[in-house]
Design a protein around this ligand. Structure first.
Ligand code: ADP
Length: 319
C-alpha cells in the first residue's frame, strides 16, 4: 500500500477560531477513510482544504503526490468533492446536469454520452435520466451528486457527511455504492458525526475533536486503545447539589472527556487516562472534599466510548 492522501501540520485559523489545529493524516490508496467527530470538529474545513477550495493557514497536504498549495490544478484533476449541502438546479434534467459538468471538464460529446450512461448505471439512476433533478428523492439527489463528483473519473473522492438527511434504506444504498467505488480502485474520504454510520464501511478512521486528531487507525485498533481509557461509575454521597458539584469538578479536569449524571444518582465519567491516572484522580477528588461511596470502571461498546471521547466537545459547540 502507498499513501495517496497525506497532510503535514495542516492548520486553518478563521480570525480567532482554530478550526484545524495542525493535522498529520495518512490515507493509503484504496481505503475508505472516515473522519469522525462532533459538529464543529473541523471536518468540513479539512475536506475543503484537501479539495483546494480553502487555503491552509499553514501546513500542506498532498493528493496523489500533488501539493494543494503549490499545485491545486493537478489536485483538482485527481479528486472529486461532494459538499455537505446540495445546490438546487431548477429545470435541469438528470442527464443535463451531468452533461453540464462533463462540458466543464472538457469532455467531447461522445465521451459525455458514455460517461453519463456509465455513471447513471453506477449510481442506479439510469431510469431517472430524463427526470428533473428537483423531483428526485433526497437519496437519489445524493447519488446524483456523487455521480457529479465522478464525472472526471478521479482517483480520490472527498465526501462531506454524505449520509446526513438520508433515510435508513438510502444509507444502505449509499454504503453499497461506496463499496463498489472502492472495488473500482477509488480511495474515499468520508466524514460523519456518527461513528456507527462509518463503522461497517470504513477501513480506517480518524477521530477528530476541536481540529485535532485524537486517534486514528482501524476501528478495532481504536477500540482497543480507547478501552485503555476508562469509563468510570462514581457514586457520591449527599444531595443533588453535591452530585452536581462533583460532576462539575470532574468535568473541569483535562483528563476527563465527559462527566454526566445518570439516573439522578451516579456519575458516569469518560476518563482519558490509564488505571494509575484513575487512582490519582480518586485521590484528588477525596482531597477536594468529594464524598465518594464507590468508584469503578464499567465496560462499554465502541459507540459509547466514542460518545465519551467527543461528548464534551458537543457541549462546547452547543454552548
Ligand atoms: P465540522 O465539519 O466538523 O462540523 P467545521 O470545519 O465546519 O467543522 O468547523 C470547524 C470550526 O471552524 C467551528 O468552530 C466553526 O464554527 C468554525 N468555522 C467554520 N467555517 C468558518 C468560517 N467560514 N468562518 C469562521 N469560522 C468558521
Amino acid at each position: 500500500m502507498s499513501a495517496i492522501v497525506q497532510t503535514a501540520g495542516l492548520l486553518k485559523r478563521y480570525n480567532g477560531t482554530l478550526a484545524v489545529a495542525g493535522v498529520d493524516l495518512v490515507v493509503e490508496q484504496g481505503e475508505i477513510y472516515g473522519l469522525v467527530g462532533p459538529n464543529g470538529a473541523g471536518k468540513t474545513t479539512m475536506l475543503r482544504m484537501l479539495a483546494t477550495l480553502l487555503a491552509p493557514t499553514s501546513g500542506d497536504a498532498e493528493i496523489a503526490g500533488h501539493s494543494v498549495r503549490r499545485n491545486p490544478q493537478a489536485v483538482r484533476r485527481v479528486l472529486g468533492y461532494m459538499p455537505d449541502s446540495f445546490g438546487v438546479y431548477d429545470d435541469m434534467k438528470v442527464w443535463e446536469y451531468l452533461d453540464f459538468f462533463g462540458r466543464c471538464y472538457g469532455l467531447d460529446a461522445a465521451q459525455r454520452r458514455r460517461m453519463i450512461g456509465d455513471l447513471l448505471e453506477l449510481v442506479d439512476l439510469a431510469d431517472k435520466r430524463d427526470s428533473y433533478v428537483q423531483s428526485l428523492s433526497r437519496g437519489m439527489q445524493q447519488r446524483l451528486c456523487l455521480a457529479h463528483a465522478l464525472v472526471h473519473d478521479p482517483a480520490v473522492l472527498l465526501l462531506d457527511e454524505p449520509a446526513s438527511g438520508l433515510d435508513p434504506r438510502a444509507r444502505v444504498e449509499l454504503r453499497e455504492l461506496l463499496r463498489e467505488l472502492r472495488s473500482l480502485g477509488k480511495t474515499i474520504l468520508i466524514s460523519s458525526h456518527i461513528l456507527p454510520e462509518l463503522e461497517e464501511l470504513c477501513t480506517a478512521v480518524a477521530i477528530i475533536d476541536r481540529g485535532r486528531v485524537l486517534d486514528s487507525g482501524t476501528i478495532n485498533e481504536i477500540g482497543r486503545r480507547l478501552r485503555v481509557g476508562e469509563v468510570l461509575r462514581v457514586r457520591v454521597l449527599g444531595d443533588d447539589s453535591a452530585l452536581e458539584a462533583a460532576r462539575a469538578w470532574f468535568a473541569g479536569r483535562n483528563d476527563v472527556a465527559s462527566a454526566e449524571i445518570i439516573m439522578g444518582v451516579e456519575l458516569e465519567i469518560g476518563f482519558r487516562g490509564d488505571e494509575a491516572g484513575a487512582a490519582a484522580m480518586l485521590a484528588d477528588a477525596v482531597r477536594a472534599g468529594i464524598a465518594i461511596a464507590s468508584y469503578a470502571p464499567t465496560t462499554t461498546d465502541l459507540q459509547e466510548l466514542f460518545l465519551q471521547v467527543t461528548g464534551r466537545a458537543d457541549e462546547a459547540v452547543a454552548g
